[in-house]
Write a protein that binds this ligand. Sequence first.
Ligand code: IFM
Length: 440
Amino acid sequence: MKLTRNDFPDDFLFGAATAAYQIEGHGFGGAGPTHWDTFAATPGNVMRAEDGRLACDHYHRWPADLDLLKAGNFDAYRFSTSWARVMPDGRTVNPEGIDFYDKLVDGMLERGLKPFQTLYHWEMPSALADLGGWTNRDTCHHFADFAEVISRKIGDRVATTATINEPWCVAWLSHFIGAHAPGQRDIRATARAMHHILLAHGAAVDRMRSFGQPNLGIVLNFDHAAPATDTPADIRAAATWDGIFNRWFIEGITKGSYPVEVMEGLAPHMPANWQADMPMIGQRLDWLGVNYYTRHLLADASGTPWPSLRDVPGPLPKTQMDWEIYPEGLHGFLTRMARDYVGDMPMYVTENGMANADEILNGSVIDVMREDYLFAHLDATKRAIADGANVKGFFYWSLLDNYEWAEGYEKRFGLVHVDFQTLKRTPKASYHALTRALAR
Ligand code: IFM
C-alpha cells in the first residue's frame, strides 16, 4: 500500500522544488550574466557546454507550470529568485526582474500554493564574480542588500524565505573540487567560501529580520557518510567527510564553531579574525531545510594531502547520477538534526528526488524507479516524524526536468518530462502517482 497525505499530520505540506537558473531562461527579462554562463562556456566544464540561456523557458511559460502544481494537488512550491535577474550587476535593481517575481508569487497564491522562496540558488552575478565572488567578504554585504530589495517587494506574500541553497555545493564543490562554477580548485579560496557563505546567510537574516520579515531559514544538503570498512582509518575518513559535508554549516550556525576535523585542513587558510563573525552567522533560524539524495562510502587515503580520503563505489542500486539509493539516510539526518542541533524547530525536506534516463513511449513516461524512490523517502520522513523530528513538509526535486548544472540537460530529475527541442511538458507516471496520493 502506497502512502498518501492521510499518513502525515494534517498541516504537513507537500511541494515540488525548482531553481531560477535551472528553469527560467536567463536570456530574457534583463537578467545579467552569471558565473554559470562563463563556467559553461569554458570547454570541459559542462556536458555539451550547455547553459541556462533558455532552460525550460519558464520565464514565459510559468502560468502553465504553476497549473501543473495545482493539478498535481501540491500545497506549496519552492522556487528561487535569481540575484542576477533582480540585480544584473549584483547591485543595481532591474525593475523587470522584480516584476517577474511579483507576478509569479501572485500566480502561486491564485492557485492556492504556498510560496517557499530561496534567495541564492547559485547564479552569482558576473560583476561580483569578477571581484572574487564568495572568496570576497564584500559579497556578503551585497547579498544582504539583495535580500532586502527582493523581500521588500514579495516578502509580504511568501510563506518562508531561505537564504542559501546548499552551501556545501557553493563552497566545497565549487572551490575545492571545482565541479561547479566558478570551478576553482584552491584550498584558500575554499576556506574563504566556506566561511563567507555562512556570513552572507547571517547578514541576510539579520537584515531581513530588521524590517520584520518572518520565517527565515537556510537549506543545507546532507550526504550519509559511511566508512568503507570498519578499520579505524576508514572510520576517520568518514568522520572527516561528515565534518566537511554535514557538520560545518549546521555547527557554524547552531554552535558557533567549526568541526575540528575540518579545521585541521582549513585553519591556515581561513580569513583573518573569522571568529568575530560567528555571532552574526549564528542568527536564530525559524526553520531548517534538509536536502537529501544519497550516501557515500569513504576510505582512508593516507599519503595524499588533506583530507586524505577517497570514495569507494557502493553496492546499492544507483540513479542516473550514479548515486546510491539509501532512504534510511534521510531518516537518519532528520532525527540527527532534531537530536543534536535544532530540537523542536520546524524542518522541511526541501529537496529529495532522483535522475532517471526517462523516455516518452506512446505518449507516456513510465518511471517506476522514481515512484519507488519517492515513496521510500516519504516513508523515511514519516518514520522520522514518528521518532520525534518536527518535519512540516516534503518537496520533491524537481517539478520539471531541467538544467542539471555540470550535467547540462542530460540528467532528468523531473516529475514532468521536458522535451528540450520543443519545450513540451509531459507529466510522468510518478507525477500521476503523487497526484493520486495527495488528493484530498
Ligand atoms: O539540481 C540540483 C539542485 O540545484 C540542488 N540540489 C541537488 C539537485 C540535483 O543535483
